[in-house]
Design a protein. Sequence first.
Length: 351
Amino acid sequence: MLPNRPLVQAALFPEDDPAVVRALRVIGEQKDIRYHSAPAKNVLNGPEVTGMGYWSVNPYVGCAFGCAYCYARYAHRYVMERAGAPNDDALPPWLAFERRVLVKRDAPMLVRQALASRSTRWRGLASGAESVLVGSATDPYQPAERRFRVTRGVLEAFAEHPGVRVNVITKSPLVARDVDVLARIASRGAVTVHVSLITLDRALARRVEPRAPTPESRLRAIERLAAAGIHVGLNVMPVLPGITDDPAGLDALLARAAAAGARDVGACALRLQPAARDRYLPWIAAEFPELAARYRTTYARSSHAGDRYQAGLRTYVGRIAARHGLVLREYRRGDDKVAAERALAQLSLGL
């Protein structure tokens, strides 16, 4: 949990008091995570940006969970520079993604303004003809949310409009804190929460996702959401070849999620875009050296695992999903370059 002290609040809004910020730079190095304000002109990214037929909102840029495989790392430096955030400690980009997080504190207000507007641009979203995904590029319930509550504010803004369809993706059990708001949205429109979990092995999860919540806590979140009548699903994304793709482990994971109340599951193999590869392959060499050569070969010419591997994974996950009463969500493979450009646009639009 973030420390509840005024100095941390000052660090979030560096433009408020430069003298205090200068003093906090040393404290920030000790605490290892610093938050910066990210004023935005707009936080709603349309289907033309996502390319997937839905809107998206990302309350934060950067993520303290520090997952070794995260694909969004590459965009962080660009967005930080556009937002004018200082880089006085010269962290490498992959680490700055985890330690320098931008907070879009005005996101709830901007969502309200958009939905209240008479512009035809927002009509499909406000009417429910189009859906919105909260957390398409960074986790909306990362540790900063405990203090700054931007994601909750965004959900409250959506809850004011009947018919809105909202989807949320997160690794954090903190989403269960907002079950009241999610229930309000569901009572007047529709809401789905997808909880991401790739392994039940707590020790392995800590190696792969150093600061993310434990598998047990995420399963408890699924239980709480399901008990409240919220549509909740499981995301096994990404499946890490040779690490989390053990058939027995996947079977156990889907069984536990189904027992907790998950209704559906989505799964896909690891994708390694260039910046993610720069972080992930050295991590593999350090943590799983026996797999290093295979990973370099597999991802040498493509960001995707081989077609044969992907087909086998889909077949197996589909079979065990059916066994446990889970609906299998289809994952559509897109062009890497287009996907990268869209992810960057979702992070940076309006800053």
